[in-house]
Design a protein around this ligand. Structure first.
Ligand code: SF4
Length: 403
């Protein structure tokens, strides 16, 4: 959006390899994998948690040097944020930028800034943006900070990914939509994007092709609701891939909605090269769940169709929510059992209480910590599990899964 409005941009993604002289863990066969990390002292509020606390990605020193080398210095710096409980990383980034260019305004946006807006305003940014930059108020405030009259929003505002700024991606990203029409009580999707919107398949194809030309052969869909209204995006997009005869593997790390997995859909996905399948089961207690996205019949039918379409069992996993407030161990065990019955892998998705989600107030009731402090929203501490995280409990659950 900024480039289309006439700005020049430089991107520094601290989770991108960027420099060849910095050692990075070897990626897995589909391009994804681990990040380098350094252990840090735990924030005092988490001192009692028996886990390490680490920063992931590029070394701080390398980032500092890169900022200093940027020429000319920027007129403005935008910092994004992801998980709410990673805000100490945002503080570090803001400090680095302030130290490098004391008079350059800093804009903070992203998921943490949106979900914990008041908290984010206590950090040292000049402007905090809640929600997408292309929201009119945000767009205007951004340009006002630069003392420039706001240009009109470019076409497709918010929908074009600047993936060309990544020179050598190990894997590609496909995003065909934003938001989700479901309103699950534990999820932040609706807080981040109030409406479900789909992109034009042609635009997504161009983005995909750009990454393909740079060598990416594995592509992950980042959509929250990939299978909703597939006639508008997914089918025409896959048709374009097939016409161009691109030999790529597709992956769905964000779970797909099982209820939409008819045999026809599964066969189309198989033909298109879908390889890794993640499914959003969440719970096998179908009468008593925190969402309305799946029934017992839909689960059975969906999984049967996937297998019938010829997907390999080892590439399929179903997510099961773990650590919800008031959740009984039996519920989790039942879900694990139901998944394993089909010979596929159960994967626990650790619950993180999300401010503004419907479940947040119940989480506050059951969590021993004040959840308005984002550090306690960290799913690694199992905030709503009685007694919190322990290595013994984790071992026990690993055994249940292996079982
Ligand atoms: S279906 Fe998935 S993305 Fe949509 S609201 Fe529920 S958990 Fe969130």
């Amino acid at each position: 959006m900024l480039r289309k409005s006439g700005a020049r941009v430089a991107l520094l993604d601290c989770l991108d390899k960027t420099w060849s002289d910095i050692k990075w863990p070897v990626p897995k066969p589909y391009g994804h994998g681990h990040y380098p990390k350094v252990h840090l002292p735990k924030p005092s509020l988490l001192a009692h948690v028996p886990r390490n606390y680490s920063r992931y990605g590029l070394p701080l020193q390398a980032v500092r040097h890169a900022l200093r080398r940027l020429s000319p210095p920027p007129d403005i710096v935008l910092i994004t944020s992801i998980m709410t409980y990673w805000y100490p990383g945002v503080i570090t980034a803001i400090r680095l930028v302030r130290k490098t260019w004391p008079h350059v305004p800093i804009v903070l946006g992203g998921i943490y800034a949106t979900l914990c807006f008041s908290h984010a305003t206590t950090l040292d940014a000049d402007l905090v943006i809640k929600g997408p930059l292309e929201n009119k108020n945000n767009w205007n405030a951004f340009w006002q900070l630069l003392k420039v009259a706001p240009p009109s929003l470019p076409e497709n505002a918010g929908f074009s990914l600047a993936l060309d700024l990544y020179p050598e991606p190990d894997f590609g990203i496909i995003l065909g939509s934003r938001g989700c029409p479901f309103h699950c009580a534990y999820c932040a999707s609706n807080k981040l994007f109030t409406k479900f919107c789909q992109k034009l398949p042609e635009d997504v194809f161009t983005e995909t092709y750009t990454q393909y030309q740079k060598g990416a052969r594995d592509f992950a869909f980042y959509d929250d609701a990939l299978l909703i209204k597939p006639e508008k995006f997914l089918w025409p997009f896959l048709e374009l891939l097939s016409k161009k005869n691109l030999r790529i593997r597709l992956h769905t790390p964000n779970a797909m909605h099982i209820r939409y997995l008819s045999l026809d859909v599964c066969l189309k996905l198989k033909k298109a090269g879908l390889t890794t399948i993640r499914l959003g089961l969440e719970s096998a207690d179908f009468q008593n769940r925190w969402d309305a996205k799946l029934t017992a019949e839909e689960w059975q039918r969906g999984i049967k169709n996937i297998l019938q379409a010829g997907f390999k069992r080892e590439n399929i996993a179903a997510y099961i929510l773990f650590g919800l407030p008031e959740q009984k161990e039996e519920e989790i065990k039942l879900a694990i059992k139901k998944v394993k019955e089909w010979g596929i892998r159960p994967e626990l998705a650790f619950y993180s209480p999300i401010p503004g989600s419907k479940l947040f107030s119940l989480a506050q009731k059951h969590c021993p910590y004040p959840l308005d402090e984002p550090l306690f929203q960290n799913n690694s501490i199992w905030p709503c599990v009685p007694g919190g995280f322990s290595w013994e409990k984790q071992k026990k659950w690993k055994e249940v899964i292996k079982g």
